[in-house]
Design a protein around this ligand. Structure first.
Ligand SMILES: [Zn+2]
Ligand SMILES: [Zn+2]
Length: 273
């Protein structure tokens, strides 16, 4: 039995619809897949009434801020209609929209002819709009030759059009996931910039660690497995699948987790019958 507990759909920055993702996951031989869109549960809600061929876990991936770095927290097995969760998602979406408005405002004052609509037209999903789409809009208007150039000139952390992104704290993300009945997992710890931030996330009441991730090498997998065992935390794993060409893995099932590696978590999610 193979599973994947971390994937993205068109409801954040993935390229497959939830139905397309679940079908492809079933064809690839996966027995269970978790949909974990960035700050969104619309993919889980869209699937709702459809009878899936495999087990589908409703999830979310929150971006949270520690003092030193950004930390992603996965919520698995959440109730997508939970009131606290829905309110948090609504607030995050509103902040995302306001941030784009503020960036566009700065750009207009800097002399660029750009509208919020131009930016949203570049976003694959309105739920996942961000700086890359502002950069794409500037490229489309021939101000820059590439997204990278636009970032370098205007949108980087100290750039003249930069606006900070107000995120949840790790504790808020964990509390929201718990309120919605879910299990909180620190996503891809190997990608957290500051070790102190990982330690802070573990201290914020998470239930588990994403040990298996395409960006983790064998040494990290061993290290995080040992840490999970030492702290009595659940072990999770997923492909972080987006279906973006050139970004590994391109197909579901290419990076799959044996159920035996994450059995206590599957049990907690009610997937072992
Ligand atoms: Zn992530
Ligand atoms: Zn992800």
């Amino acid at each position: 039995m193979l599973v994947d507990l971390h994937t993205h759909t068109t409801f954040s920055d993935g390229r497959l619809t939830p139905v397309g993702l679940v079908s492809a996951a079933a064809r690839s031989g996966l027995s269970a897949v978790a949909i974990t869109d960035h700050d969104a549960v619309d993919g889980c809600l869209a699937l709702g009434a459809c009878a899936a061929e495999i087990e589908v876990v409703c999830g979310i991936e929150f971006s949270a801020d520690d003092e030193a770095s950004e930390i992603h927290i996965l919520g698995l097995g959440i109730g997508p209609r939970n009131v606290q969760l829905a309110e948090t998602v609504r607030v995050l979406r509103r902040r995302r929209f306001l941030r784009i408005e503020m960036i566009v405002d700065k750009l207009i004052h800097l002399g660029y002819d750009l509208s919020v609509d131009d930016v949203f037209q570049c976003a694959h999903s309105p739920h996942a709009v961000g700086r890359p789409h502002v950069a794409q809009a500037l490229v489309q208007k021939n101000y820059f030759g590439s997204v990278r150039e636009a970032f370098r000139a205007l949108l980087h952390h100290k750039g003249p059009a930069y606006v900070p992104h107000a995120k949840l704290t790790v504790r808020q993300a964990v509390d929201t996931i718990h309120a919605a009945g879910g299990v909180a997992i620190v996503a891809h710890p190997g990608l957290i910039a500051a070790p102190a931030s990982f330690a802070a996330a573990l201290a914020a009441g998470v239930d588990g660690i994403e040990v298996f991730h395409p960006q983790h090498g064998a040494v990290q997998v061993r290290q995080y497995s040992a840490l999970a065992a030492e702290k009595r935390l659940l072990v999770s794993g997923g492909s972080d699948f987006h279906a973006i060409p050139g970004r590994y893995p391109v197909n579901p099932g290419t990076f799959a987790i044996p159920a035996s590696s994450v059995r206590p978590l599957l049990d907690r999610l009610g997937l072992l019958k």
